[in-house]
Design a protein around this ligand. Structure first.
Ligand SMILES: [Zn+2]
Length: 691
């Protein structure tokens, strides 16, 4: 804590500094954060004040003479901490999308402080007593459906946070939460450092053999940016290493970059994550045990649609068996190709992308490079806007007058069919050194009602897509196009949310339904014809190319499903451990993969040391959620297939029953209200060609 004090007093001495923007009402349009005025030195003082303000609000609430009611307790608790929300709405976004050494060092202090602060609220005996009183007496309170569900969720959150434990155990829970916040932050920092530190530098043109012009020129740009004029640089950002693996004829270089990718944070250096994983697992298990659960997974899943680990394993294994068989067949096909070329080697994991691409070209005559020409970023954005216009009547207008945290960020105002304001959506498309890998959707401000006034949402979607190079615009891969639709689906879910209360979310295994369902439109031939146009000629994607894309879409599904499912099983295996002491990460991972029969030619989609979803994000015992939600999204999309792609009745029902509800109803109830029945797994298996 000494460090904190010094840091704060250092900030506070800057008396001549302009006003801290967090401490005033934002005067920007729609009350968006004034990113242009917010400086790094504003975070800590605002957060400090935010902590004490929220504690004072809670204390006042607990001390009041009025008996507990939903409004004076549950609603007051949910609305408390507004200043902290303002700080979080900016700081956490920058930490993921535009970090710096300075922001990282603030996070090292702020993130654990926040964990301690949150624990102190969760473990506040007086507050819990009031929450419990409302919960116990709800029959007499005339609550509506949304209030009843919110109350139950809040009550359970306190219990699951340790509110019922004795003082000693409460203290331990608080310590664990604080330590976990630091460990998970460091895990992500280590990954980012390792991702940024590696470069495959090529200085001889002959070593570019097989690489298409666009890939070469992107690599030349990357070299120039690093002061390596005249050379070519490949990095561990996806738009760089994936095309390299797809096209490079240099097998040794493929091995080099792929190995660097999967050895991130597993090299025994200062960015190694092995010890962090061991400690994270042990602390999560200890916390679950203190709270009365035998494993971390049992603790987590209680609040999910899946309910318990056995149900997760059951779904994963249903998919695993046919997917593995298909992946083996794919590997055989590739080995035959290698043999027919007198390759004289065994297919290895770093060869997979290369031969998959060759087979796509040979068997399906589909060339990913050729495909990219129809998916320039600008055209894909236009197409997606058209889709949500046809479905929900929305329009998106650029708002270049709004301040942004980086010049590449594009803000849009989202409007309803009648022109009324729905919210703001920021989009941030390309990789930068300060951005974590992957793609995500998040909220700068969540929709809610305060004092009878509707507070509108501010959403942000962050991607790591191919950049424009030379005179070419950003030409997306089809995968990137799907990812854009996916993240946009999450954003729609937040924009449409009509529930009154903050902090009442949906289960992680439901939350991928609104996102994944959007991918179905992106890939549908009828929709493709409306948006996929050649960036130079404007020519609509030819039917023949769509047919090839469709035919090839089942190809490599063995691989895609196996690498995902393997990672999901690894996650579950870690978090169903009943004794996490002395886990050797590499040995554990190997044993886990051996048990399910993963073949050597494929590695899990994320190996432990860079598995950010489960060790740095919110997906521990939850990476299966994408598959669980896919059961829902494939079944749900059939409602459109059975009517029409833009059927207004179906779209309105999906919006009202799924997208607007937030966490105000039990998830399966929402689903059945939309679809009329619970989903089946068949559409998923069919979609992946696994039935
Ligand atoms: Zn998602």
């Amino acid at each position: 804590m000494a460090v904190v004090t010094i840091f704060l007093s250092a900030c506070n001495t800057e008396k001549t500094e302009p006003m801290n923007p967090f401490l005033t009402e934002y005067t920007t349009p729609f009350g968006v954060p004034p990113f242009d005025l917010i400086k790094n030195e504003h975070f800590m003082p605002a957060a400090e004040l935010g902590f004490s303000e929220q504690l004072a609000e809670i204390e006042a609430m607990v001390a009041q003479a009025d008996p507990p009611t939903f409004e004076n307790t549950i609603e007051a608790y949910l609305l408390s901490g507004e200043l902290l929300r303002k700080v979080d709405g900016v700081f956490r976004k920058l930490l993921s999308a535009e970090t710096s050494d300075e922001i990282d060092s603030i996070a090292r202090i702020l993130v654990p402080m926040k964990a301690v602060h949150n624990s102190s609220i969760m473990l506040n005996a007086g507050l819990f007593q009031r929450v419990k009183s409302v919960f116990d007496n709800q029959e007499t309170m005339n609550l509506n459906g949304e209030q009843t569900v919110s109350l139950e969720k809040i009550y359970k959150r306190f219990v699951r946070g340790g509110a019922n434990l004795d003082e000693q155990d409460k203290l331990r829970i608080s310590e664990i939460n604080e330590r976990l916040s630091t460990l998970t932050l460091e895990f992500g920092n280590n990954n980012l450092a390792e991702t940024n530190s590696y470069q495959l530098i090529i200085d001889k043109e002959v070593d570019l053999a097989g690489l298409p012009e666009s890939v070469r020129s992107a690599a030349a740009d990357a070299a120039s940016a690093s002061g390596l004029e005249g050379k070519w640089v490949f990095t561990l950002h996806k738009p760089s290493w994936i095309p390299f693996l797809q096209y490079s004829e240099k097998r040794d270089l493929r091995e080099e970059i792929y190995t660097a990718m999967f050895m991130r944070s597993n090299l025994g250096n200062e960015y190694d994550n092995n010890d962090l994983i061991k400690e994270i697992l042990a602390l999560r298990l200890e916390r679950a045990n203190l709270l009365g659960y035998d494993t971390h997974a049992a603790y987590v899943l209680e609040e999910r649609m899946a309910k318990e680990p056995a149900n997760v394993y059951e779904l994963l294994m249903k998919v695993w068996e046919p997917a593995l068989a298909m992946a083996k067949a794919e590997a055989d096909m590739m080995q035959k190709m290698i043999d027919s070329e007198n390759g004289d080697f065994q297919l290895a994991s770093w060869d997979w992308w290369y031969y998959a691409e060759k087979i796509r070209v040979e068997k399906y005559a589909l060339n990913e490079e050729e495909l990219r020409a129809y998916f320039s970023l600008e055209i894909v954005i236009e197409g997606l806007f058209d889709v949500v216009n046809k479905l929900y009547g929305l329009t998106l207008e650029p708002r270049n007058d709004l301040p942004v945290y980086h010049e590449e960020v594009m803000p849009f105002e989202v409007k309803e069919a009648d022109g009324s304001h729905l919210g703001i959506l920021y989009m941030d498309f390309h990789p930068r050194p300060g951005k974590r890998s992957g793609a995500w959707s998040t909220g700068i401000r969540t929709a809610h009602v305060k004092g009878g006034e509707q507070i509108t949402p501010l959403g942000l979607i962050v991607m790591n897509f191919t950049r424009p190079t030379g005179d070419k615009p950003a030409l997306l891969s089809f995968d990137e196009t799907l990812t854009f639709y996916h993240e946009f689906g999450h954003a729609l879910h937040s924009l449409f949310k009509k529930s009154h209360y903050l902090k009442i979310g949906v289960a992680t295994d439901f939350v991928e339904l609104p996102s994944q369902i959007m991918e179905n439109w992106a890939a549908h031939p009828d929709v493709l014809k409306t948006y996929a146009k050649h960036y130079e000629t404007g020519e609509v994607i030819p039917d023949e190319l769509i047919a090839k894309l469709e035919a090839a879409s089942k190809f490599n599904q063995g691989f895609v499903t196996v690498e995902y499912t393997a990672a999901s099983i690894l996650d579950m295996d870690y978090h169903t451990l009943k004794d996490a002491s002395g886990v050797n990460v590499t040995a554990f991972e190997d044993a886990s993969m051996k048990r399910i029969g993963l073949i050597d030619e494929i590695i899990p989609r994320y190996k432990s040391n860079y598995f950010q979803h489960i060790f740095a994000g919110g997906y521990s015992a939850g990476y299966y959620s994408y598959m669980w939600s896919e059961v829902l999204d494939k079944d749900a999309f059939n409602a459109f297939v059975e009517t029409s792609l833009f059927d207004q009745t179906t779209a309105t029902s999906f919006r009202e029953n799924i997208l607007e509800k937030g966490g105000s109803l039990e998830e399966m109830e929402m689903y059945v209200n939309f679809r009329g029945a619970e989903p089946t797994i068949q559409p998923l298996l069919k979609g992946r060609g696994l039935n």
